[in-house]
Design a binder for this molecule. Structure first.
Ligand SMILES: Cc1cc2nc3c(=O)[nH]c(=O)nc-3n(C[C@H](O)[C@H](O)[C@H](O)COP(=O)(O)OP(=O)(O)OC[C@H]3O[C@@H](n4cnc5c(N)ncnc54)[C@H](O)[C@@H]3O)c2cc1C
Length: 311
């Protein structure tokens, strides 16, 4: 057990956790940030839509952020948190390799995982020619032909949105029956539909080759699809005493209905974008700072309204 009592342990060193650390460090708080190093966007290599960092590599963004944080009382551990619980007065955080740490508060910013459909070859192309977010990736492949895969999660709104970047879009149902409203939106967007099964995706000089189950194939500049996500909440489960984070109420600053637990980033209520994750980390940090002041100087700040149901 580390003898230090931190003001906040932050789980997750992506944009949300790093910006939370910046706000808390500049608030003269003692912070420990623990990160296991597998960010959601690592497959893409670079990030967009973040001012002054448009096109920066994720590794470089993280390294420069950490370098700036060394000006403050922020300590880093490259490790995986396996459990985080409250003992009432404090939070007890246990890692795989560096032991156990105590803090007054926990900022949980561990992100989410994208759940890829089981189409052979898709995972290998994820982040290079298979994408989810048009705002993050479509500029680089603008005016090319796109396939939009709607075989598992309906993606017709994504196809409609992509008409800004390309007028050559084909919707692939992979044999899924299309409900009428989904079909109507595709018709309104002028997006044709292919219904045959998809057997494989392969790399192609143009981007991606879609092999259909009858053996025919078509090359596209990129394939886009909507995905399900899994919140990375396993270490929190004993504390949550609930199946998921959504059953814990949060306010718009990341305060949860569990004392001392705050959430930020893709796990929270915001749109899943790096700049918004960073902003939510800052908001949660301000809530933490205010709540610590309330604890140290009772009555000095008004109480915040209770959290409302999540999302
Ligand atoms: C392929 C792809 C490309 C994207 N491109 C863009 C883009 O160009 N622009 C944009 O704005 N958004 C982009 N996004 C979305 C963006 O990645 C997320 O919105 C953003 O990374 C969320 O930040 P976060 O801090 O919440 O989580 P993450 O960035 O996912 O960071 C979470 C961190 O927590 C760590 N962690 C998880 N569990 C534990 C644990 N138990 N112990 C310790 N550490 C843990 C992980 O290792 C990770 O480093 C992209 C997403 C994907 C999937």
């Amino acid at each position: 057990m580390d003898a230090q009592l931190y003001d906040t342990v932050i789980v997750g060193g992506g944009p949300a956790g790093l910006n939370g650390a910046l706000y808390l460090g500049r608030s003269r708080r003692r912070v420990l940030l623990i990160d296991s190093g597998d960010a959601r966007n690592m497959a893409a290599g670079v990030m967009h839509n973040v001012l002054t960092n448009d096109g920066a590599t994720i590794a470089d963004f993280r390294a420069r952020s950490r370098a700036q944080l060394t000006a403050y009382d922020v300590t880093f551990r490259d490790d995986e948190v396996v459990s985080a619980e409250s003992d009432g007065d404090h939070v007890v955080v246990t890692t795989k390799e560096s032991g156990t740490f105590r803090a007054r508060t926990l900022l949980y910013a561990a992100g989410v995982r994208s759940v890829l459909p089981p189409v052979p070859g898709l995972a290998d192309l994820w982040g290079s020619s298979v994408f989810e977010c048009p705002y993050c990736h479509a500029w680089e492949v603008r005016e090319r032909s796109y396939a939009v895969y709607g075989g598992t999660v309906p993606s017709e709104c994504l196809a409609s949105t992509l008409t800004v970047w390309s007028d050559d879009i084909t919707y692939l149902t992979d044999r899924r029956e299309l409900p009428q409203d989904e079909r109507d939106r595709l018709t309104a967007a002028g997006v044709p539909v292919r219904t045959e099964g998809v057997s494989e995706l392969k790399p192609h000089p143009e981007g991606v080759e879609v092999v259909f189950e009858d053996g025919r194939s078509t090359a596209y500049g990129a394939l886009f699809l909507h995905l399900d996500i899994e919140p990375r909440v396993d270490p929190l489960r004993p504390w949550l005493q609930a199946p998921d984070l959504e059953s814990v109420q949060t306010d718009d600053r990341g305060r949860t209905s569990l004392p001392r637990l705050y959430v930020a980033g893709d796990l929270g209520r915001n749109m899943q974008q790096a700049a918004m994750a960073a902003a939510s980390g800052g908001l949660a940090a301000m809530a933490i700072n205010a709540d610590l002041i309330r604890e140290d100087r009772p009555g000095s700040l008004p109480e915040p309204p209770p959290p409302t149901p999540a999302r």
